[in-house]
Design a protein. Sequence first.
Length: 296
Amino acid sequence: MSGNRHRTLILSALMSLLALPSFGGARLDYVGSYVWTLPESDFGGFSGIEISDDGTNFHVVSDRAWIRWGAIERDAAGRIREMRMSGRAPLRDSQGAPLRPGRLGDSEGLAIGRDGTVWISFEGLDRIARYDDVDGPATRVPVPPEWKRIQVNEGFEALAVTPEGDLLTLPEYAPEGGAFPVWRYRGERWDQPFSIPADPDWQAVGADMGPDGRLYLLERNFRGLLGFRSRVRRFDLGPEGITSAEELLTTGTLQYDNLEGIAVWDDGLGIRMTMISDDNFLPVQRTELVEYRVTD
């Protein structure tokens, strides 16, 4: 056995031990990690990800107004071995002009509906855009007046589409001493039907609806020079809002990079959570994909 292979096996075993089971009785297993690199100056900054139902295709959005897509090559155990790019496109405004990085082009959240509609959330100028074709112009989505009170760089990174086609989003930071307000876009109208309990140490950075009908929320705890911690919670949603909450994963400091995007799908053995990190285009960080499996 080669030294690299031996080290990889040891690392995988250690990561599995670091994954703590949730209090709700779900079993959590570490599947693997993959560091993705490409020799392109605009590669990186990924804060949103979507994975196809069979785990073989991906879409990712960067915070510099680009979307990329392609195929995932996996080994016999389902671990990522290669990310193969097949296309990319600059995100455009409603007039068809490419968005520039910055206040208007700070794309953060990504969700794709069953009909193929692409939804992207933006910070800076807090808003959500719909793309029927990622190579075409955006369709404007109305902005509730309450969003105008959100502080700069504290807007919407978490974005998810329910099986019924409703769009759900919540701000990165909860109001002081409060909970995350969850906004729902249904029938061309916004409402705020429920909230999610918040912890001041954690920010909401990614969300997805799982094939089990639950809402999965990825949160981040930034500890300065000590690095990042990540947490995943999932919620059952009823007519009146949340009916149960469960903490699935809390990572250690520096265990992974800055995980900001999450996609949840069924891998045939359980619920697979695929997370991607935002490297902030810094050489000391990396674009890392991390996967766990949840079984009940």
